[in-house]
Design a protein around this ligand. Structure first.
Ligand code: NAD
Ligand code: WQD
Length: 339
């Protein structure tokens, strides 16, 4: 099928495009490259052996985006494009609401106009707020604490309204836990702008000598070693989850929601140890105060996705750490001057 992938040059989108092309789907990427690089599109082609179509377009611009709908017979949409930094969203709420919500509304309007029925949305475990218990099930109460998270919850709510009004739509909301890792080739991976907020890019920047040590944000949480516990999932498992969800959409009409996680939590200190052991590199760390807005523990119950999609995360924490490092060590400056 012909799949329109918004944000397809980004971290999760690029890995998903490879998986889609390898599964013989046609891929049309739209990305304004605000957090990615054109070289990613070349690497997608190199790694999959097939060329995606690429449009450098800001999808908040309906006129520009409509050209893509006119030029292609699109069967389905995977919508990754968004601004995604939690801290930044607190300081720049207007930019976050504007980019993430307008782009999605423009897509919904064009989807309706061009009669496209299948839609997969990148949501986040952030919509569970501070869960009362773990593992987290899809029907847990939803709440958010920052503008980024609110854009995800608003879009989820819009999708629930849209699917209620139009029973012919097939929509999957995928709630990712903490994506890390990179393609096995070491040619594509995560490259945040500036100092990373997320833990794995921070660790790999230490390993490559660009940052001195990790600040472990809190050692007094109610967790086995006091540091925060998260469900880290390999980006390749996530990519596979998207293809599975897309291919099952017609079998599961209406709106479906899945957690994409491993079901296992690792603490910050366990992750640091796993990285050191997997790659034989010491990661110095210091205990620092808790980061505002963080929660103690967050991990998924992924059994619904396993039962209904036949999808299960398969990569170990060791592979996630090795693959993150292979990407960063091959590309110390990200896509600038990378191999
Ligand atoms: P990313 O920043 O690497 O990818 C997003 C892509 O969207 C980028 O290439 C960016 O250039 C593009 N983009 C943003 N706004 C655009 C616009 N208006 N028009 C066209 N392109 C635009 O992020 P990612 O980590 O790959 O995340 C992909 C999706 O998954 C996002 O929706 C994000 O919110 C969601 N998500 C990410 C995580 C995570 O930790 N990485 C966790 C849960 C959910
Ligand atoms: C993981 C753990 C930190 C950095 C965020 C978003 C979430 C989703 C994924 C998009 C926590 C600790 C981190 C550091 C640390 N993104 N940490 N030192 O906060 O679980 O989730 O990314 O949807 O919405 O909130 O991920 O990687 O920032 O943190 O100790 O320098 O590492 O406190 O326990 P988080 P993270």
């Amino acid at each position: 099928m012909a799949v329109l992938v918004t944000g397809g040059a980004g971290y999760i989108g690029s890995h998903t495009c490879i998986e889609l092309l390898e599964s013989n789907h046609e891929v049309i990427i739209v990305d304004n490259l605000c957090n990615s690089d054109k070289i990613v599109v070349d690497r997608i082609k190199e790694l999959s052996g097939k060329a995606p179509k690429f449009y450098e377009i800001d999808i908040t611009n309906k006129k520009d985006l409509e050209i893509v709908f006119k030029e292609n017979k699109i069967d389905s949409i995977i919508h990754f494009a968004a601004l995604k930094a939690v801290g930044e969203s607190v300081n720049m709420p207007v930019e976050y609401y504007s980019n993430n919500l307008i782009s999605t509304l423009v897509l919904f309007e064009l989807m309706k106009k061009y009669d496209i029925k299948k839609f997969v949305f990148s949501s986040s475990a952030t919509v569970y707020g501070d869960p009362h218990v773990c593992p987290i099930l899809e029907d847990f109460p939803l709440s958010v604490t920052n503008p980024y998270g609110r854009t995800k919850l608003i879009i989820e709510d819009m999708l629930r309204d849209i699917c209620y009004a139009d029973k012919s739509l097939d929509v999957a909301i995928l709630r990712y836990f903490n994506p890390i890792g990179a393609h096995k080739s070491g040619k594509i991976g995560e490259e945040p702008n500036g100092v990373p907020n997320n833990i794995m890019p921070y660790i790999t920047k230490i390993a490559v000598g660009k940052l001195p040590h990790l600040n472990v944000f809190g050692d007094d949480y109610d967790t086995p070693d006091g540091s925060g516990v998260r469900d880290y999932i390999h980006v390749l498992d996530l990519a596979h989850g998207h293809v599975k969800a897309l291919e099952k959409l017609s079998e599961k009409p209406g709106l479906v929601t899945y957690n994409l996680g491993t079901g296992k939590g690792y603490s910050v200190i366990e992750l640091v140890k796993a990285f050191s052991e997997a790659n034989n590199i010491e990661i110095p760390y210091k205990i620092a105060p808790r980061r505002e807005g963080d929660i103690a523990t967050c991990y998924a119950d992924p059994s619904k996705a396993e039962k209904e999609l036949g999808w299960k995360a398969k990569y170990t924490i060791e592979e996630m750490c090795q693959d993150s490092w292979r990407w960063q060590s091959n590309n110390p400056d990200g896509y600038k001057n990378g191999k």
